[in-house]
Design a protein around this ligand. Structure first.
Ligand SMILES: *Cc1c(COP(=O)(O)O)cnc(C)c1O
Length: 379
């Protein structure tokens, strides 16, 4: 089955009790047992809920995975991966991570004796400088947030295989429509479902997709034991969102191209970060591992201090100033004080997250209106 068909149908059969075409919201915490332990596959809703099961099957199909697990947030999903580790273990990860991931690694798991190396992954060979017999996990994001660096997933997977490490990829920015890390050799794909998968800025959710049965069993154990599982209402909303993922992503990509080109030629812009430009340092890798360049674009404003940057960020009429991304509506975000505020200034700036950088999540509105808004704001 092809992508759009899977997005609409995978995991979803007409409901066996009524024939309802849309998967019902099974709003129940517990299930009847005929005799102790004898039930219809569902015992207690932290462990399993039929609405969530349908969603997990659909997500697994979209990532070409054998299994998926949905979490109550993207951070809940990352937390479960980190709990595969034990004190003394080491992790190699990027130096341009989602702020919340950086915060969890440094402020929570470092305290439990896990060591993290935050390194430049634009050349995956760098990983080899940090591996030792304690290394267990490589955690990457690509494209990165917010400077849209591209990490070569296949090259990281080769290293992971050689060194017997787990490779996990945060695939939030690309979505499975543009990139399938498991097909490139990764072991775990993580999503903030909150973003493109949900697609309508009305749900917070996370997911992990895996092929390996043993890894799935370990993660499913953590999922149920630690309990960051989502409810049926949210699962329903994401199932609905997924039905248009392919249509939305196509529109995000088309609008993204036009917005990126417009910004590139604009005199008020110093720099545009977008992997679709042929001069992007890893454009060839992006072309190799992605089926399009998406709707995420970051810009550095020319000669703008914090005050001027704030003024510009607050003057949009169609773009909405807000955290998050990947919804149908266009958003603008100031990473230095919003999404990435938890990263110390020196580290943040070294990674390119300067005070005059804005991140755009280009939505699926009519692109003429988006360009008009940018013209109006940038002058
Ligand atoms: C939003 C986001 C997360 C965290 O997900 P939540 O659903 O907000 O918990 C992780 N990684 C990336 C790249 C994100 O954009």
């Amino acid at each position: 089955m092809k992508f759009g068909t899977k997005a609409i149908h995978a995991g979803q059969e007409p409901d066996p009790t009524t024939g309802a075409v849309m998967t019902p919201i099974y709003q129940t915490s517990t299930y009847w047992q005929e005799s102790p332990g004898k039930h219809k596959g569902y015992a207690y809703a932290r462990g399993k809920n039929p609405t969530r099961t349908a969603l997990e099957k659909c997500l697994a199909a979209l990532e070409n995975a054998n299994h998926a697990l949905c979490f109550s947030s993207g951070m809940g999903a990352i937390d479960a991966v980190a709990k595969l580790l034990a004190p003394g273990d080491e992790v190699i990860t990027g130096n341009d991570l989602y702020g919340g991931t950086y915060r969890m690694f440094t402020k929570v798991f470092a305290g439990f004796g896990i060591k993290f190396h935050f390194i430049d992954l634009s050349n995956p060979e760098n990983i080899l400088n940090y591996t030792n017999d304690k290394t267990k996990l490589i955690w990457i994001e690509t494209p990165t947030n917010p400077t849209m660096q591209i990490v070569d997933i296949e090259a990281c997977a080769k290293i992971a295989k050689d060194k017997n490490l787990i490779l996990a990829v945060d695939n939030t920015f690309a979505s499975p429509y543009l990139q399938n890390p498991l097909d490139l050799g990764a072991h775990i794909v993580m999503h903030s479902v909150t973003k493109y998968l949900g697609g309508h800025s009305d749900v917070v959710m996370g997911a992990l997709c895996v092929n390996d049965q043993e890894l799935y069993d370990r993660l499913a154990f953590i999922h149920n034991s630690c309990g960051a599982t989502p409810g049926p209402q949210d699962s329903f909303l994401v199932l609905r969102g997924l039905k248009t993922l392919h249509l939305r992503m196509k529109a995000h990509c088309e609008n993204g191209i036009q917005v990126a080109q417009f910004l590139k030629n604009h005199p008020a812009i110093e720099k545009v970060y977008w992997p679709g430009f042929t001069e992007h340092p890893n454009h060839e890798v992006a072309k190799k591992q992605m089926r399009g360049f998406g709707g995420m674009i970051s810009i550095v404003l020319k000669n703008a201090d914090l005050e001027k940057t704030f003024k510009i960020a607050s003057s949009f009429q169609v773009f909405t100033l807000a955290e998050s991304l990947g919804g149908v509506e266009s958003l603008v975000n100031h990473p230095a004080t919003m999404t990435h505020a938890s990263i110390p200034k020196a580290e943040r700036e070294a990674a390119g997250v300067v005070d005059n950088l804005l991140r755009l999540s280009v939505g699926v509105e009519d692109v003429e209106d988006l360009l008009e808004d940018l013209k109006q704001v940038l002058g």
